[in-house]
Design a protein around this ligand. Structure first.
Ligand code: CA
Length: 223
């Protein structure tokens, strides 16, 4: 999908861009309301992520302008904690969904995906590695035609492996992607989840897909 992120906090904007690009999306960043408005009006996007508190022009004004110019692209607004008025005003002005800061990346990506589905942008739904198949719309996994029961987190981790097949994923990269960016990597939560996933997808299979790269992390590959 083609996604526009209008967010003046550069660190946050860049982090979201990177995460979306890892999922295979094309992302433009705008760091103030005017730039965001120009990009929204001049190029077609599948989803627009719009912060409310912005320099030059706030998110609500940008949203009004976008809608009054007949652009119906789904808009996800980002609001500061507790600013109920922003949320209500945003939805009144034609935003499709909102997310309260700070938020987890997994939550963000779920909202963006859901808006993308609404705009009909997400067309590729099946990802495959060997006899492992993922349906990214229903978030279901099968191995050798047999459905695998996964929790949301486990599914997210599995999809991340599949999208990065033959690439080494460090524990830090995995934890930043699947959990929040300030996740404490001192814990062994990544190992715990990878092991859960292995038990579900690799335990009964002749060909193992998830491999440990000693001292570094993990890699999905065919031996
Ligand atoms: Ca802001």
């Amino acid at each position: 999908m083609k996604i526009l992120i209008v967010e003046d906090e550069k660190k946050v904007g860049r982090f979201l861009k990177l995460g979306l690009e890892e999922e295979g999306h094309t992302v433009s960043n705008a760091y103030d309301g005017e730039k965001g408005e120009n990009l929204a009006l001049s190029e077609k996007h599948d989803v627009i992520v719009l912060d409310i508190m912005l320099p030059k022009k706030n998110g609500i004004e940008v949203l009004k302008s976008i809608r009054s110019n007949g652009i119906s692209t789904p808009v996800l607004i980002l609001t500061a904690k507790g600013s109920l008025e922003d949320k209500v005003e945003g939805l009144d002005e034609g935003a499709d969904d909102y997310l309260v800061k700070p938020f987890a990346f997994a939550e963000f990506i779920a909202r963006v995906r859901s808006l993308g589905r609404r705009s009909g942008a997400e067309k590729t739904t099946t990802l495959k590695v060997a006899d492992l198949e993922l349906d990214t719309l229903t978030r279901k996994a099968r191995r050798g035609g047999k459905e695998i029961e996964l929790t949301n987190r486990e599914y997210a981790l599995l999809e991340y492996f599949v999208r990065n097949v033959n690439r080494v994923l460090t524990r830090t990269v995995i934890s930043e992607h699947i959990w929040e960016y300030n996740f404490d990597t001192g814990t062994n939560i990544v190992e715990v989840y990878v092991n859960k996933l292995r038990n579900k997808i690799d335990a009964d299979a002749e060909t193992k897909l998830i491999h440990t790269i000693r001292g570094t992390g993990y890699m999905m590959k065919l031996e």
